[in-house]
Design a protein around this ligand. Structure first.
Ligand code: GDD
Length: 322
């Protein structure tokens, strides 16, 4: 079968490409832009086909789908960093919404039978009340950032194209996920990178942090890509599924786990610039629906994910890849 991954050079996209290749019977295609960084997919470049396509361009997107005619599309490409959506809201909204719109229009126009997974986010839930956790799919969406609004729009676009045109679109709302290759701006990677630099003597032994009180439901990206696959294999068209571990830790607890993995004594310093105009206090998934539909649950414990991530940064720091 033929699979197209948008955002294949990214953190999750690269893990999904590896997972699809390991299945043995899958031809993997991915969209790239001329300035995409290839670091994450260097190891599989010989096994995949890359297509130059800026998804914000409708004709380029249509040509790409006409060429590939995929059975499955995993739509992961997006501006995915919440703080960047405050500094550049228009870019986040246009990129995230238009890319998906162009894909859906191309599927419709070409009359493709393809199944498409749309990567939404737990950020869509945003302001969650105390009696609303764990969060089910029916919870009200109260997005707290332009990024979250863009994901709500993506989510509803997929639903609308399913209802209006019968397109096999499945909406996933992934809670936080991490692991090796996680972009350095995200909290688990940021802290791991700082620790690796401190260990190497490249930074004074002070780790800079933002809001440590937020609670997040972290999964390993290698578990999440299995879920994305299952969402298209076993999910109902038009339906929406939470993807999460079902347990949450505070950012402080996550930091303590990372600090327990180093012999260095490190001071923790809150930095005002790392605080957000509004932060989502708690994201904890009720994953019952997806588990019942597909049998999926997370397999990799958070300790292992964080250990692998810290080792990934140690290796990068050793190689001067900061
Ligand atoms: N990035 C960062 N840096 N976050 C910090 C820091 C810091 O120094 N200190 C505390 N935090 C807190 C943030 O305020 C937030 O509450 C939490 O750590 C997680 O931040 P991120 O790792 O940046 O992720 P996110 O929760 O905003 O969004 C991620 O998860 C979403 C799914 O819930 C991203 O991957 C999104 O793309 C994804 O949709």
């Amino acid at each position: 079968m033929r699979v197209l991954i948008t955002g294949i050079t990214g953190f999750v996209g690269s893990h999904l490409a590896e997972y699809a290749l390991a299945r043995g019977d899958v031809e993997v295609f991915g969209t790239v832009r001329w300035r995409s960084r290839m670091d994450n997919i260097n190891g599989i470049l010989g096994d995949i086909d890359l297509i130059d396509c800026d998804l914000r361009d409708p004709s380029a997107t249509r040509k790409c789908l006409e060429q590939v005619r995929p059975d499955y599309i995993f739509h992961l490409a997006a501006q995915s960093y919440v703080p960047a959506s405050w500094s550049a809201p228009s870019e986040t909204l246009t990129t995230n919404i238009l890319a998906e719109l162009n894909l859906l229009e191309a599927i419709r126009d070409l009359g493709l039978e393809t199944r498409i997974q749309v990567a939404g986010s737990s950020e869509e839930y945003g302001l969650v009340l105390e009696d609303e956790v764990p969060i089910g799919e029916d919870n009200p969406l109260r997005p707290l950032s332009p990024y979250a609004v863009s994901k709500v729009a993506q989510d509803f676009l997929a639903w609308q194209y399913n209802q209006s045109y019968g397109i096999f679109a499945v909406r996933t709302r992934a809670f936080n996920h991490t692991g090796p290759r996680r972009g350095q701006v995200f909290v688990t990677s940021d802290f791991s990178r700082q620790i690796a630099m401190i260990e190497k003597g490249l930074k004074e032994p002070v780790i800079e942090v933002g809001n440590l009180e937020a609670r997040r439901d972290f999964s390993d990206a290698r578990d999440v890509v299995r879920a994305y696959w299952l969402s298209l294999e076993k999910g109902e068209p038009g339906d929406v599924y939470n993807i999460g571990s079902g347990s949450a830790v505070t950012i402080q607890e996550m930091l303590d786990m990372l600090l327990s993995m180093t012999d260095d004594r490190i001071e923790v310093m809150p930095v005002p610039e790392r605080m957000r105009p509004s932060d989502v206090l708690i994201l904890l998934s009720d994953n019952t629906k997806f588990h019942a539909q597909t049998g999926w649950k997370t397999e990799i414990p958070l300790e292992k994910t964080l250990q692998d991530l810290l080792d990934y940064w140690r290796d990068r720091v050793d190689r001067g890849k900061l």
